[in-house]
Structures are given as C-alpha cells and as structure tokens.
Write a protein that binds this ligand. Structure first.
Ligand code: HEC
Ligand code: HEC
Ligand code: HEC
Ligand code: HEC
Length: 399
C-alpha cells in the first residue's frame, strides 16, 4: 500500500517536473504599464533577459572620418549613392558595412577584387539598394524608428542573410484530412509563434494591405459590396499577425492594447500607434525595395514560391521591444540618415510630415489618430476608431 503510494507520487513528481520543464522558472517580474486593476502589465524573466540583452548588443562605432578632402564621386568610377562623402568617410562606410553584413567574407563578398568599380556581383547591386533603403527608413519613417534609426547591423547582425526573414510559404492546403481548406491552420509555423493560427498572415498584412480587424461595425451584413469581412477567418489572420508582433518584440498583448477594448485607440498605449506605423513601414520596404530586387537575387536565395526574402517585425526587433534595446547606431553614420547631402537639421522632420511623405492614405482616419497619439497628443484628439474601420471594410476583396 505504502509502496504503491510512494511509487505513484514518484510518477506524479516526475510528471510534474516534465510539465514544469516547459515553463519558465521563477522569479518572474511583473512591470505595470497602465492604471492599476486594468491588467496593463508586462512579465519579464530576468534570466532570459540577460541572454536576450547579450544577443542584442550594438558594436562600438569606428572613429569618425573627416568630411574634408576630395569626394568619393570625384575619385572613384562607379559610385551612385555615397558620392558626396569624403574619401575618408567612404572608406569608413565600406569597413562598417563589411563588419555589419559580411565580416567573415570581407570586401570580396560584394566586390570583384580585380576591379572594385565592377557591378557583376549581385551582392553589390543589392547592397547599393540597401544603402538607399536604410536612408529611406531613417529619413521617412521617423514615425516608427524615431531618433534611434537603423543601420545595416539592425537587421544583419554580422550575417549576409538576416536571422529573421520570411517568404510566402509553399501551399499546404490540408493536413491530410479528406475535406476542407484549412486556410493554413493547424500547421504550427514560426511566423505565428507556433500557434494553430493561419501560418501566413504576413503576406496579407506586411505585403498586401488587407485590413487588420476583428470587430465588425455592421450587423450581419453578409453579401455583395456590403459583405462584412470581419469574419472569424479574418479574425484568425489578425490574431496570427498579433502573435508574430508580440513574439518579435518579446512582449505581451498589453504592451500595445488595453484588454478593456483591443480595438479602441483611445484606451491603447502609444506603443500601438508606433506599431501601426511599423506595419506600414514593413509593407513599404517589402513592396518598394525587396520585391523589385527579386530578379537580382540568385534562385537559391528565393522562397518556395519564387519570392525574395522579406522584412517583418522580427527582422529588426529580434526579440527586443526596440531593436538592440534602443542603441543609437545610425547617428554615427550621417550617410545612412537620408539621401546625401544631409545636414543634421534636415534629417529630423516631424512625425506628421514624414507620415505624409511616406504616402499614408489621408482617408484613413485611424492614420490621423495614430499620428496624434504618436506625437503625444491627448487621447481626446484621437478620432473614434469606427471611422477608420468603416473605410477599411469597403477596401477589401477576399482573404
Ligand atoms: C556589402 C557589400 C559591400 C562590401 C562588403 C564592401 N563594399 Fe565596397 N562598395 C559596395 C557598394 C554598394 C559600392 C557602390 C556605392 C555607391 O554606389 O555609392 C561600393 C563601392 C566601393 C568602391 C568604389 C569603387 C569605384 O571605383 O566605383 C571602393 C573603392 C570600395 N567599395 C571598397 C571597398 C572595400 C575596401 C571593402 C572592404 C573593406 C568594401 N568595399 C566592402 C558594397 C560593398
Ligand atoms: C530592414 C532590414 C534590413 C536592413 C536595414 C538592411 N538589410 Fe540587407 N537585407 C535584408 C533582407 C531581408 C535581405 C534579403 C536576404 C537574402 O539575401 O536573401 C537582405 C540582403 C542583403 C544582401 C544580400 C546578401 C546575400 O548573400 O544574398 C546584402 C549584400 C545586403 N543586404 C547588404 C545590406 C547593407 C550594406 C545594408 C546597410 C546599408 C543593409 N543590407 C541593410 C534586410 C535588411
Ligand atoms: C506591438 C504592438 C502590438 C502588440 C504586441 C499586439 N497588438 Fe494587436 N494591434 C496592434 C495594432 C497597431 C493594431 C491595428 C492594426 C491596423 O489597424 O493596421 C492591432 C489590432 C488588433 C486587433 C483588431 C482590433 C480591431 O480593430 O478589430 C485585435 C483583436 C488585436 N490587435 C489583438 C491583439 C492580441 C490578442 C495580441 C497579443 C497576442 C496583440 N493584439 C498584440 C498592435 C499590437
Ligand atoms: C526597419 C527596422 C524595423 C522594423 C521592420 C520594425 N521596427 Fe519597430 N522599431 C524600430 C526601431 C529602430 C524602434 C525604436 C524607435 C525609437 O527609439 O523611438 C522601434 C520601435 C518600435 C516600438 C516602440 C517600442 C517602445 O517601447 O517605444 C514598437 C511598438 C514597434 N517598434 C513595433 C513594431 C512592429 C509591430 C513591427 C512590425 C510590423 C516593427 N516594429 C517593425 C525598427 C523597426
């Protein structure tokens, strides 16, 4: 009897250990980020944070080079983006991008060693466009990247292919069941943090501009142009994206939402507005910079559907609420702050100005709302979310 009991409790404790091994060992710290009693808090595990922090440390900037002396465009033969830099600054940039993108491969990862002006390596052609993309992010997307900005290192971290990129996944229409289109469900994928949500929310939202909605604003409008797209299916895609965003930033839903109403902008913290711009920025980078490079990349760099590797939240954030925990690397490289020539004053347009420059749809009321809260305006200045939702509803085709 006694022995049977001991044996059972042994099994129980082994089972309990097995279950707990999947959990995080305490102490877990909770940090309040909103009014008491509203559930606005983030949970952190100190030990995991230490590992995370060591993975997200920015390298020291190289000593500054003098802006005086002959310009790169007058000395070199084939310089299209960085021509206004002095030769010293140009060399400093080449050393930096080598360290950030191809530290093991060196200059010849992009260059033909016999002729540095030659553009025959695809990596050089891509790198030139990447220089422009980085300038574009820092100059036109201040609404998202603020003064922190980005450098090649933000995404590359010493790797030619950044750690976190995404492709349109190959079609997997069913799990072997006889009937039904699963819409990518029940196929655990990294893109949705291994949940059973549809595995490809990123094509819908970070490439196409499908509305990111769960709450409908019309009752039972099922057909024709009035069809309410805020269906269960669309909700699942939306949650898939939300899982991706939380996972990429290493945060809970309440980093951006107040659980009282996930939809309402009035009660959401300002981080949600920053994220709103982040979604538009990722879309812009994918459509204007990455996709047009498809033919430049060799076939082995393309995904199962022949598309190029693309940018998601995790490409820059890599598990941190701010990439590299907010290290301001970009300011040490004036050539990356915007198209040259750049003066320091011109590199800092207001959040609203950059939103317009980035081509935000003026008709999207939630855009204005987001801009208002991003600029720290009181909640009263934020228009009712419903206005934005109404336009969005009409924009959609199918999922
Ligand atoms: C990640 C790709 C990449 C790496 C690595 C790289 N470069 Fe470059 N290099 C470029 C690009 C892109 C240009 C053209 C820039 C432009 O058009 O403004 C360029 C241009 C040059 C030029 C001008 C050649 C001419 O006459 O037009 C020189 C010189 C040069 N690089 C030297 C170096 C050296 C030295 C290294 C190693 C320390 C290096 N580069 C590493 C991408 C790279
Ligand atoms: C927002 C993220 C991001 C930033 C910032 C960024 N890149 Fe990239 N880069 C990418 C992605 C995504 C790819 C596609 C990965 C691939 O090569 O398949 C890529 C590819 C490349 C490649 C081709 C590598 C290969 O082997 O195929 C080069 C070279 C490159 N980037 C250079 C740069 C340079 C230089 C900078 C800074 C001026 C830079 N990148 C900034 C995201 C970024
Ligand atoms: C990094 C910030 C961020 C995180 C983290 C986040 N969200 Fe969101 N969420 C947003 C933004 C921004 C939107 C609006 C997107 C748009 O309109 O383009 C949104 C929209 C939504 C909506 C749609 C509301 C509507 O209008 O119908 C729901 C529901 C939602 N999120 C739930 C969640 C859940 C659940 C989580 C946690 C798994 C989560 N979110 C995590 C920023 C975030
Ligand atoms: C090109 C790189 C890049 C991409 C892609 C990117 N971010 Fe960011 N994000 C940044 C930088 C840089 C900051 C820091 C801005 C600052 O310091 O003001 C930031 C800040 C944020 C913040 C504010 C954090 C805080 O505590 O203030 C949120 C929220 C956020 N990003 C969400 C997202 C989401 C969601 C996505 C994907 C839809 C995304 N980001 C994609 C670079 C990026």
């Amino acid at each position: 009897m006694m022995r049977g009991f001991r044996f059972r409790s042994l099994i129980l404790s082994v089972a309990a250990l097995a279950v707990l091994a999947g959990c995080e060992r305490p102490p877990i710290e909770s940090v309040q980020s909103g009014y008491r009693g509203t559930g606005m808090q983030q949970l952190y595990n100190q030990r995991l944070l230490v590992t995370q922090a060591s993975l997200n440390t920015a390298p020291e900037p190289a000593a500054a080079a003098s802006a005086d002396g002959p310009k790169a465009k007058d000395v070199y033969q084939n310089v299209k983006v960085l021509g206004e830099l002095s030769v010293g600054e140009f060399a400093r940039n080449m050393v930096a991008i080598t360290q950030w993108v191809a530290p093991n491969e060196g200059c010849t990862y992009c260059h033909n060693a016999a002729n540095f002006a030659d553009d025959s390596k695809y990596t050089k052609v891509v790198a030139r466009r990447m220089l422009q993309m980085t300038q574009h992010v820092n100059a036109e997307w201040k609404s998202h990247v603020g003064a922190t900005g980005v450098t090649c290192y933000t995404c590359h971290r010493g790797n030619p292919v950044p750690n976190q990129v995404w492709f349109a996944p190959a079609d997997k229409r069913s799990t072997g069941a006889l009937l039904g289109d699963l819409e990518g469900q029940n196929q655990p994928a990294a893109s949705v943090a291994y949940s059973s949500l549809p595995y490809d929310p990123l094509s819908h939202y970070l490439q196409d501009a499908k509305p990111i909605r769960v709450n409908g604003n019309e009752a039972l409008a099922m057909t024709g142009a009035a069809a309410n797209r805020n269906s269960t299916k669309q909700a699942e895609f939306t949650y898939g994206l939300m899982m991706h965003m939380s996972q990429s930033l290493g945060v809970n839903c309440t980093y951006c939402h107040n659980t009282q109403s996930f939809q309402s902008w009035d009660v959401s913290p300002p981080t949600r507005a920053t994220a709103w711009y982040g979604i538009r920025m990722a879309r812009d980078l994918n459509n204007d910079y990455m996709t047009p490079l498809t033919a430049t990349f060799p076939a082995h760099r393309l995904g199962p559907k022949g598309d190029v590797a693309k940018v998601a939240c995790g490409t820059c954030h890599q598990g941190a609420f701010k990439p590299l925990y907010g290290a301001e690397m970009a300011k040490h490289h004036r050539e990356l702050l915007g198209p040259l020539p750049v003066t320091v004053a011109a590199a800092a347009p207001s959040a609203t100005a950059s939103a317009t420059a980035a081509g935000m749809p003026a008709s999207d009321a939630s855009a204005t709302g987001a801009a208002a809260s991003a600029a720290g305006a009181p909640a009263a200045a934020t228009p009712a979310a419903g206005a934005g939702t109404a336009t969005d509803n009409k924009m959609v085709g199918t999922n």
